[in-house]
Design a protein around this ligand. Structure first.
Ligand code: SF4
Length: 608
């Protein structure tokens, strides 16, 4: 098949059996790759209601047709599973150089099944595929393990590894790669840990056949040229995602002290300029990236290094914890990476615990003596390690995620647990930004921003407006943006450099030999989105519109300071947003796709 590795690899960890099967052509036609393949296998093969950390769940790693190819940012793969954090659908996109090697090893998808009787790592060198003893690596930090495995095998081998957080099944544990890239959200690292897989090491040298080499070359170069000529390239490459930090603060979207406000008085100590001036030592990009957003940093005070922090970590581990010091944020980022826990979820859990402490809901008896006030850097460092090791009362509690933790603690703390469907909200405060709020409410993994980043759109059209056009915009973004995760490439060249998306169409065609317009691709995006919704419905009895509600903070507690002081979204507007969204999606008033919608999207047989 043009543009594909051609093989699905299955690794049964329970009995050690490793098998290969050809990638079905029909699957490539209907779901293209990446998270499309992921949800297909998850829905079809993982039985209903399985324990996300049990042997029947699967961890599905998929490349797409642009992965490893002449495509700007063609270094993305997708990790799909049933989420132990939310009990619903999870997928996490990972950059770096893993994906290209996976494709060159001839693999479109790796499916990890069962549970190994002892810690192992999966070693792949083209057709040599083995499960090897990981006893020497178990218990070590994710970055240390990557360094050791690269020493053992060589720099050309790519490593994806879990840290103690994954081993201990922290429900938002992530998978680390390339010394600082992650498959970050939803607990994919906990699933890998539950299977007792410490790492995957891989290297490939096979060719990928493309349908039309001449036009492939032409279309690839046109995309690179557009990136090189883009006006915003220099600034983006200098600051990466931190480019938005000061802007978010100005418009009241920067999460501050557990999202109680959207502007932070210490902004100048944690924004992109502070980061660049104080800690950045070099830029770092994924495979084939002409616009590297990664920043490698040195925290002189701690004599430590990290890739990052990027905007999300600055938001969740900086302003949201009341920390006005970029060196502290960098060190917290490094600790979270080494523990192998998602810095967004960890930051949100710690912020919630700090608010509980300041309100007297948690005391020193609950915090193992920690003075858990906003701004206490030492307490943050200690807690990150405690969470990774599930150590002490509070480490154990926060390892469960903010939703479960707040339900255990009660006393009204549920109202300021900032999540949707159990996933902690990423770094945009949404007191008065109705499109972004809807994006979080309806995102298919929980409160994550990357499916439909709409905060600038709110500002353009009027942040408090609740109109059908806003809803239509969110749905368009949800169908369109995740298609980059399906194709196996980065979306940031389109988002940040403004590259014409039509340039991707001839490239995809030249690689696969299949002619598709963006309209066709968005139809695939819609099919995938709807299937993920059906997965939530299948796995959770009583699933309905209540699950789409945001944290009450955004409709009951106006911030006292900053650009959004005194502003909230009214609860009736939250409900109106949902009504319009369901109607435009072809879902019923409970938020469930109707039989007619399933039929139109050719999903009836698959979900039956
Ligand atoms: S823009 Fe950033 S995430 Fe995207 S490919 Fe480049 S380095 Fe990777």
């Amino acid at each position: 098949m043009n543009g594909y590795g051609g093989t699905i690899l299955r690794v049964n960890l329970t009995d050690g059996k490793i098998t290969k099967e050809p990638t079905p052509a029909q699957l490539a036609r209907d779901f293209i790759g990446g998270r499309g393949f992921g949800i297909y296998f998850l829905f079809k093969e993982v039985p209903k209601h399985v324990d996300a950390l049990g042997p029947e769940n699967k961890l599905i790693i998929s490349t797409g047709p642009l992965s490893g190819m002449l495509a700007p940012g063609g270094g993305k793969c997708d990790w799909t599973t049933k989420s132990p954090l939310t009990g619903g659908y999870a997928d996490a996109s990972m950059g770096g150089h893993f994906t290209a090697e996976m494709k060159y090893a001839g693999l479109d998808t790796i499916i990890l099944e069962g549970i190994s009787p002892k810690p192992v790592y999966l070693f792949i060198d083209n057709d040599k595929i083995q499960l090897l003893d990981a006893a020497a690596f178990w218990g070590k930090g994710a970055i240390d393990v990557e360094v050791e495995l690269k020493h053992k095998y060589g720099e050309e081998y790519q490593v994806a590894a879990i840290g103690p957080g994954g081993e201990n099944q922290v429900l938002y544990a992530c998978i680390n790669h390339d010394y600082g890239r992650q498959a970050g959200r939803g607990g994919v690292g906990a699933v890998m840990g539950s299977k007792k897989v410490k790492a995957i090491v891989l290297h490939g040298t096979k060719s990928v056949v493309v349908a039309d080499p001449e036009n492939y070359h032409k279309a690839g170069l046109a995309l690179y040229k557009a990136c090189k000529d883009a006006e915003g390239l220099a600034e983006w490459s200098r600051y990466g995602t931190t480019v938005v930090t000061s802007w978010c603060n100005e418009v009241g979207a920067l999460p501050t002290r557990n999202f109680s406000a959207g502007s932070f008085e210490g902004i100048d100590q944690i924004n992109g300029q502070a980061m660049r001036k104080e800690i950045v030592i070099t830029d770092k990009g994924c495979f084939g990236c002409p616009s590297p957003c990664g920043k490698y940093s040195n925290m002189k005070r701690y004599n430590t290094q990290v890739e990052g922090p990027e905007y999300e970590t600055i938001g969740l581990m900086g302003s949201n914890l009341g920390i006005a010091d970029i060196q502290v944020v960098g060190e917290a980022n490094r600790l979270a990476d080494d523990m192998g826990i998602d810095s967004i979820s960890a930051g949100s859990c710690i912020a919630w615990a700090m608010e509980c402490y300041e309100k007297g809901i948690l005391t020193k008896a609950d915090t193992d003596g920690l003075e858990l006030k906003f701004g206490n850097a030492d307490a943050v460092f200690t807690l990150i390690k405690k969470i990774g090791h599930r150590e002490g009362k509070l480490g154990e509690l926060l390892a469960l995620g903010v939703n479960r933790a707040s339900q255990q603690v009660g006393q009204g703390s549920e109202k300021f647990a900032i999540h949707v469907k159990g996933m902690e909200q990423s770094a945009y405060a949404t007191h008065n930004a109705t499109a972004m709020l809807l994006a979080y409410m309806t995102c298919d993994v929980g409160a994550h921003h990357n499916r439909s980043w709409a905060i600038t759109y709110d500002l353009q059209v009027g942040r408090e407006k609740v109109v059908p056009e806003k809803v239509a915009r969110i749905i368009w973004l949800q169908n369109f943006r995740p298609m980059f995760d399906v194709m196996g490439s980065c979306r940031l060249q389109w988002v940040e450099l403004g590259i014409d998306r039509d340039l991707y169409v001839p490239l995809l065609e030249a690689i696969t030999g299949v002619k598709r317009t963006w309209q066709d691709l968005e139809a695939v995006g819609n099919r995938i989105w709807t299937l993920t919704r059906m997965y939530w419905l299948r796995e959770n009895d009583g699933f309905d519109r209540q699950w789409d509600l945001p944290s009450p903070r955004f409709y009951t507690e106006p911030p006292k300071t900053g650009a959004t002081a005194g502003q909230i979204t009214k609860f009736e507007d939250v409900q109106r947003l949902l009504d319009m969204y369901y109607e435009q999606r072809g879902w019923d008033s409970h938020g469930l796709p109707t039989p007619a919608t399933l039929d139109t999207l050719n999903l009836t047989a698959l979900v039956a």
